[in-house]
Structure formats: C-alpha cells, structure tokens
Design a binder for this molecule. Structure first.
Ligand code: NAI
Length: 242
C-alpha cells in the first residue's frame, strides 16, 4: 500500500488532488480542519476511484495537534510511510497592509507557511530513509508576482516557494523531490466571490481553471515520471503572464 497525505482535502483543489492520487493507486489520507461532512464527500469520491483513504482531522496551524496525529498514524503503521505529501491547505484574508490586523497577517502565514513546516518535517525522515518521496506545495501566482491587497498571502506563498527551493537541495540525493505548483485563478470556494466575468478578460485562455487541471499536474509531479524535476515552481494559470 502506498500512502499520500493531502492537507485541506475536504474541498476545492485539495479534494481534486485526493481523487487524482486515488486514481494512481494511493491510499489517501485526507486532512481537513473542521468540515466533517465535506471531508466524507472526498473520502467517498476516493473510494469511487477504486482506492481507499481515511480522514485525518487536524488544524495545520497547530503544531502539537499535527504532531500528535502524525505520530499516532506512524505508530499504528510501523512498516509503512507517507511517500507523498501535498501541502494544499491555505487561506486568504485580503486587506491593504495599512489596515491589516495581526490576526489577518498571522492567520494566513500560520496556515500557508507554518503549516508546511508542521506537516512536512515529521514525514521527511521516512522519505529519506526509504529513498523515495514527493513533497508538493500549492503556492500561487500571488507568491511569484505579489498582488496588492494580499501582502500576507503573497508573503506566505513567496516564503513557501523559497522553502521549496531550499528543501529540494537538501533532499535531492535521496530521491525526494520538492516542487511547488502555482495556480492562477481556479474555480473553487476561495474564488467564489471574485468577479469571474471581469477577471477572465485578463486570462489568455479566457476562463478560470478547474481544480482537476491543477490535480493532474500534481499527479504528474507525484509520479515516478517526474523524478528529475525538483526545486521547481510550475505555474498553471491559462497563460496569465507573470
Ligand atoms: P478552499 O478554500 O476551497 O480550500 C482550502 C482548504 O484548506 C479547505 O479544505 C480548508 O479546510 C483547508 N484548510 C484551511 N485552513 C486549514 C487548516 N488550518 N488546517 C487544515 N486545513 C485547512 O481553497 P482552494 O481554492 O481549494 O485552495 C487550495 C490551495 O490552492 C490553497 O493553498 C490556495 O491558497 C491555493 N490557491 C488557490 C487558487 C484559486 O484560485 N482557488 C489560486 C492559487 C492558489
């Protein structure tokens, strides 16, 4: 049995990634924060792909909680390891920096950047020992370009891009690749309140992307075919030039 963990797997891009990895034969650990009903919908979809999975409820911002959940899993699976981790959990709390509250700043950084550390660090040793691993971080156009009103989100994603590049160099010799996927506008709950009709005029492809299109790229990076790709940031944005 091969295991993959997807953070924020209860909906949106995370759900599509869970389904993609299930289709590749992975037993999928579906992390989420509090929406049990939505996480169960993901689990059902994973099963419909002919694979299986389990729910792994915890808040990635809470290091003690993440550590307890992951070490519990490792103790109950002493002969197995999580070979793919997709750090997908992320939130937006947009505001101009002038008006930004501490909570808006730290909330976004804690989820997007500290969450990566809390989840990835405990899983790394087994990947290195077993000499195979895939760490895939979902970042954003905002982390490459910087977007006004998203100083917090751009900082979280930009920090995660730099962490991706640094970690890739630490682990490459052990066949553990570390890459980032940077979506543009993807149709999910996160972008629901945006004016799609206006924004799509800026996108050469003339439309928002679908979560499944991001998931297909993540699936490729997780596959053995992507063994020689590491430390990369791959944009998926319909040609929205950065
Ligand atoms: P979403 O809001 O639909 O889903 C986010 C997921 O993260 C949810 O399942 C949520 O429960 C989970 N999550 C949030 N905080 C968490 C925490 N503390 N612990 C555990 N899980 C937590 O968003 P969407 O659009 O699916 O985004 C997924 C990722 O893609 C995010 O990292 C986002 O920043 C990134 N992204 C999305 C884009 C878009 O256009 N939708 C564009 C660029 C990046």
């Amino acid at each position: 049995m091969k295991y993959a963990l997807v953070t924020g797997g209860s909906r949106g891009i995370g759900r599509a990634i869970c389904i993609q990895l299930a289709g590749m034969g992975y037993h999928v650990l579906i992390n989420y924060r509090h929406n049990d009903a939505e996480a169960l919908v993901t689990l059902q979809a994973v099963r419909e792909k002919g694979s299986d999975g389990e729910l792994m409820k915890c808040d990635v911002t809470d290091q003690a909680q993440v550590s307890a959940v992951l070490s519990g899993w490792m103790q109950s699976h002493p002969d197995q390891y999580i070979e793919v981790v997709v750090n997908n959990a992320g939130i937006r709390k947009d505001n101009l920096l002038l008006w930004m509250t501490d909570e808006e700043w730290t909330g976004v950084l804690n989820t997007g950047l500290n969450g990566f550390f809390h989840v990835t660090q405990p899983l790394l040793k087994n990947m290195l020992v077993k000499r195979f691993g895939r760490i895939i971080n979902i970042v954003s156009l905002s982390g490459i370009k910087g977007l006004p009103g998203q100083t917090n989100y751009s900082a979280a994603k930009g920090g995660l891009i730099a962490a991706t590049k640094a970690l890739a160099q630490e682990t490459a010799k052990k066949q553990v690749t570390v890459n980032a996927v940077a979506p543009g506008f993807i149709r999910t709950d996160m972008t629901e309140q945006l004016n799609e009709n206006e924004l799509k005029k800026l996108i050469p492809a003339g439309r928002f992307g679908e979560p499944e299109e991001v998931a297909a790229l993540v699936g490729f990076l997780a596959s053995p075919a992507a063994s020689y790709i590491t430390g990369e940031v791959i944009s998926i944005n319909g040609g929205l030039y950065t």
